[in-house]
Design a binder for this molecule. Structure first.
Ligand SMILES: *Cc1c(COP(=O)(O)O)cnc(C)c1O
Length: 230
């Protein structure tokens, strides 16, 4: 087994332990292996041991990797900020776009996935912690955004995504994840299709699982922390 494969197996058993520990089923939690900046050969090492869900945060990089790995059964997730002129690389072509935070981008995704004859699943990125540097909508703006997005027939909002502040303070991290869960629970009455909570990365996935994450986005714990180029 390679280092990456060992890392992956260790991560999976930790996710199992944590979810058992808080009374959740591991099958309810999807792991997106974040392969950004790592070469296709590293992705192949993970595919070899039976995992096929990957995430990328740059539009050209995901476009290239989807092309290089064409023919393999891979579920691609786009997790990074998206500019309008790059929507065409991901809309209608990925399983899930995690990072939608404006109507302009939503409209473009709708248009492009219509061209592809697809309905694109998306998440709304929410800035729960309120940090200036963070992407995402204010929690208070999500309801009206959801209403607006109902008019678009080629996108389907299935949940929310957030990133916790970069801090060692576990309470701050927990409150961020909990805030996203409570927001979902509240809005689910009017928008029952809002189910997914994409939250939890290498440094905070344990807390995310405990707070109800349904999708984890984990890179460094699998591929290592020294980012290479493709
Ligand atoms: C890089 C990235 C991750 C994974 O981060 P790690 O700390 O390497 O696990 C998750 N989400 C987003 C949006 C990212 O850009």
């Amino acid at each position: 087994m390679t280092v990456i494969q060992k890392n992956f197996k260790k991560l999976i058993s930790e996710i199992e332990d944590i979810s058992k520990g808080c009374g959740r089923k591991t099958e309810e939690i999807k792991l997106v292996a974040v392969s950004k900046t790592f070469p296709v050969s590293d992705i192949n090492e993970i595919i070899e041991i039976g995992h096929n869900i990957f995430g990328e945060n740059k539009a050209q990089e995901i476009r290239d990797k989807m092309e290089w790995l064409e023919g393999k059964d891979i579920e691609w997730h786009f997790i990074g900020p998206l500019q309008k002129n790059k929507v065409k690389y991901v809309a209608g072509k990925t399983k899930l776009i995690h990072s939608v935070e404006s109507e302009k981008i939503a409209r473009e995704i709708d248009k492009r996935s219509a061209n592809e004859g697809k309905v694109q699943d998306i998440l709304i990125e929410v800035n729960v912690s309120g940090e200036e540097s963070k992407h995402g909508l204010k929690p208070d703006d999500t309801q009206s955004f959801l209403k607006t997005l109902q008019d678009y027939k080629h996108i389907r909002v299935i949940g929310f995504m957030t990133m916790a502040p970069f801090t060692d303070d576990k309470d701050i991290i927990r409150n961020t994840f909990k805030g996203l869960r409570l927001l979902r629970d509240r809005l689910q009455k009017d928008f029952p299709q809002i189910v997914e909570l994409s939250m939890g990365m290498t440094n905070d996935y344990k807390i995310a699982i405990e707070e109800g994450a349904t999708i984890l986005r984990i890179g460094s714990a699998i591929f290592g922390s020294s980012r290479k180029t493709t």
